[in-house]
Write a protein that binds this ligand. Structure first.
Ligand code: SF4
Length: 72
């Protein structure tokens, strides 16, 4: 758990890097959660998403054309 989310309720965002094609659509939807670098989506705070940003994480996952993102 990152310092930013320590002690707070979170959901998890994960990326299948074997599928990610690095187009960056997810970053456009949730730049505070995802950064696309060197052709892959990098998850900010290791994918720990504050509950109040859960909807943004879900939107980013739905935006991915190859379903490489998952929210749990
Ligand atoms: S939208 Fe999907 S394929 Fe594109 S960078 Fe994000 S996770 Fe990767």
């Amino acid at each position: 758990m990152s310092p930013r989310t320590a002690g707070r309720p979170t959901v998890r965002l994960s990326v299948d890097r074997s599928r990610c094609e690095g187009h960056g659509l997810c970053q456009a939807v949730a730049p505070d959660l995802i950064s696309v670098d060197e052709g892959y989506a990098e998850l900010i705070d290791d994918g720990d998403v504050p509950v109040h940003r859960q909807a943004a994480a879900v939107s980013a996952a739905r935006t991915c054309p190859i379903a490489a993102l998952r929210v749990t």
